[in-house]
Design a protein around this ligand. Structure first.
Ligand code: KIV
Length: 267
């Protein structure tokens, strides 16, 4: 995708797929980090329900509420000039009925100013994706490993290898109107086949380089989290280590009286 300052919109995703330009996406959950991600020309910011884990400290994404997603979505949108902001619909905010999904996704768009919502599912969410797109709410689907289904699948982060099911899920998402689709932890050759078969872009996480774009959890790629290192994750920085060293230095200087020095003090 080109890095002009014009805000990234849904048609830009489809144009990127057509022209073979890769799409970059990262999560962000607050004003400070969203501003940094946006200024770095990342195409899209996902206010992911992973905030339940990396911000709130839960073991899964299930406890996150719609109001919490809206709270974080507002902060991210306030900081963003160019990137397309996509906000996750949290667990049980869309599974009850298409009407529930339209009402809740509508609240997200109206109250945060985000461009789109993301939901987990393909075939199982066909009617819901169609209802949302009919209401002019752009939908990013999410298939493969689905963190909100962890209570039924039992395992976090397992590579998905059921080719027929994954292909049918992806095709269902496209058919019902999704403008893009996250492929999470799908074996590389299957993700490549899905990417080839779809006319909407695929955004991979742990699904190989053939996807049309990539998404990572910001806290993971910056090395802020320390308990998650699957093979697909690349650490682009070691911010936990850098922050710990800075905080320890501050602590030592406060205790020794070295901080504040003369230059930090007014006469
Ligand atoms: O919630 C999230 O951050 C996500 C990404 C891992 C794709 O869904």
């Amino acid at each position: 995708m080109t890095s002009s300052m014009k805000p990234v919109a849904v048609p830009d995703f489809l144009a990127a797929k057509k022209s073979g330009k890769k799409i970059s996406m990262l999560t962000a959950y607050d004003y400070t980090w969203a501003g940094i991600v946006d200024a770095a020309s990342i195409d899209s910011i996902l206010v992911g329900d992973t905030l339940g884990m990396v911000v709130q400290g839960n073991k899964t994404t299930l406890p996150v509420t719609l109001d919490e997603m809206i709270y974080h979505g507002k902060m991210v949108v306030r900081a963003t000039k160019r990137a397309m902001v996509v906000v996750d619909l949290p667990f049980l905010s869309y599974q009850v009925s298409p009407q529930q999904a339209v009402e809740n996704a509508g609240r997200i768009l109206k109250e945060t100013g985000a461009t789109a919502v993301k939901l987990e599912g393909g075939i199982s969410q066909e009617k819901t994706i169609a209802a949302l797109t009919n209401a002019d709410i752009p939908v990013m689907a999410h298939v493969g490993f689905k963190p909100q289904s962890v209570r039924t699948t039992g395992v976090m982060g397992k590579i998905q290898r059921d080719e027929e099911l994954l292909m049918q899920d992806a095709l269902a998402a496209e058919r019902s109107g999704a403008f893009a689709i996250v492929l999470e932890m799908i074996s590389r050759p299957i993700a490549a086949k899905i990417t080839e078969a779809l006319s909407i872009p695929t955004i991979g996480i742990g699904s190989g380089p053939e996807c049309d774009g990539q998404v990572l959890v910001l806290n993971d790629m910056l090395g802020l989290t320390d308990q998650f290192s699957p093979r697909f994750l690349k650490h682009y920085a070691q911010l936990r280590k850098a922050a710990t060293e800075a905080i320890e230095a501050y602590n030592a200087e406060v205790k020794s009286g070295a901080y504040p020095a003369d230059e930090h003090s007014r006469d």
